[in-house]
Write a protein that binds this ligand. Structure first.
Ligand SMILES: Cc1cc2nc3c(=O)[nH]c(=O)nc-3n(C[C@H](O)[C@H](O)[C@H](O)COP(=O)(O)OP(=O)(O)OC[C@H]3O[C@@H](n4cnc5c(N)ncnc54)[C@H](O)[C@@H]3O)c2cc1C
Ligand code: FES
Length: 292
């Protein structure tokens, strides 16, 4: 994979294809898994919201691929640990995730990254409200770390169907909103709701806070299921800028095959999630045509 120093799209440099050693592999609650990979080339250029595209099988079989998990799988960069550590956090859903979760430490993985365009952080930004639903929590640690390092105040609102669906421990104290200490230690205010315990959606948490936000200095950054993103686009319209990280099934991950396109607002065309996104401003997307 040739590198492209000219393609500066939400990260510092272009993508690299690397053989990254698995340094740590950890099973987490709720069918989640964390991998720490050694990939200094990716650490160097990564921005929050970007992803890596992983060949789940051993690199040696890439020329004679097995029938399962034939395509690379996209995973958000969950954290970077300079000088060489890249972290991903994923829910084991199917074959690809299963193979990755069983890859032992010290084994290499073939991956491409950093890919796509991450969250924009304009100079005027003072407060970012991060809204994450379900496994949308994966890129949040990297996003919080980057925002706080730029002296932007980060408030994190997390939602899930129930407490057990999270990779983090939930702290519930009487009379106080639930929180996730594992995320709060990164320097953000964190509030958590689950449908099962609180009977609320995370979009309702945001709605209750919209009046306290300033449209010239504050933005909302959201990652999660399509229905959540659509609802956030409705409630923020005309009030505060919203960035959304979209997910689509991907083949090439490089903007070539167009299997991941979403309808664009204004020009009636389409944008690739892998290259033009995955992060877009909500007003760049045609929410009527995008589908469920
Ligand atoms: C830019 C991007 C970043 C992502 N980041 C993360 C992450 O940080 N952590 C994480 O757990 N998942 C993430 N995903 C989703 C992840 O890529 C899929 O869950 C994964 O490819 C499933 O592969 P599999 O072989 O385990 O399951 P499969 O057997 O391929 O699929 C299992 C289930 O997952 C669904 N699925 C498969 N691919 C996607 C996809 N691209 N988007 C949404 N649903 C999908 C399928 O419809 C099916 O229901 C991301 C997806 C994108 C596009
Ligand atoms: S996955 Fe090929 S263009 Fe996006």
């Amino acid at each position: 994979m040739p590198t492209s120093s000219s393609r500066k799209r939400g990260g510092i440099g272009g993508p690299h294809r690397v053989c990254a050693e698995v340094v740590e592999s950890e099973r987490l609650p709720g069918d989640h898994h964390r991998l720490l990979l050694r990939a200094p080339q990716i650490v160097e250029g990564a921005a929050p919201g970007q992803f890596i595209h992983i060949w789940c099988h051993p690199p040696t079989v890439i020329e004679r691929p097995p029938s399962a998990a034939l395509l690379r799988r996209p995973y958000s960069i969950s954290g970077v640990r300079p000088p060489d550590g890249v972290e991903i956090l994923f829910r084991v859903r199917g074959t690809g995730g299963m193979i990755l979760s069983q890859t032992p430490e010290n084994r290499p993985l073939d991956l491409i990254g950093p890919l796509g365009r991450g969250f924009r952080m304009p100079d005027s930004l003072r407060t970012a409200v991060i809204v994450a639903g379900g496994i949308g929590i994966a890129p949040v640690p990297f996003l919080v770390q980057t925002l706080t390092s730029r002296l932007v105040s980060a408030r994190v609102l997390i939602g899930a169907t129930c407490d057990r669906r999270l990779p983090y421990r939930v702290e519930r104290e009487p009379g106080r909103p639930a929180s996730l200490p594992g995320l709060a230690t990164l320097g953000a205010e964190v509030e958590f709701v689950s449908e099962a315990s609180d009977g609320k959606l995370v979009s309702q948490l945001l709605e209750a806070r919209l009046d306290g936000l300033h449209s010239d200095t504050d933005e909302v950054m959201a990652i999660g299921p399509r229905a959540m993103l659509k609802r956030l686009a409705e409630v923020t319209e005309g009030r505060i800028r919203l960035q959304v990280s979209l997910e689509e099934r991907m083949a090439c991950g490089l903007g070539a095959c167009r299997s991941c396109v979403v309808p664009a607002a204004n020009d009636g065309g389409y944008r690739t999630v892998c290259r033009d996104g995955p992060v877009f401003y909500a007003d760049e997307i045609d929410w009527e045509r995008i589908g469920p």
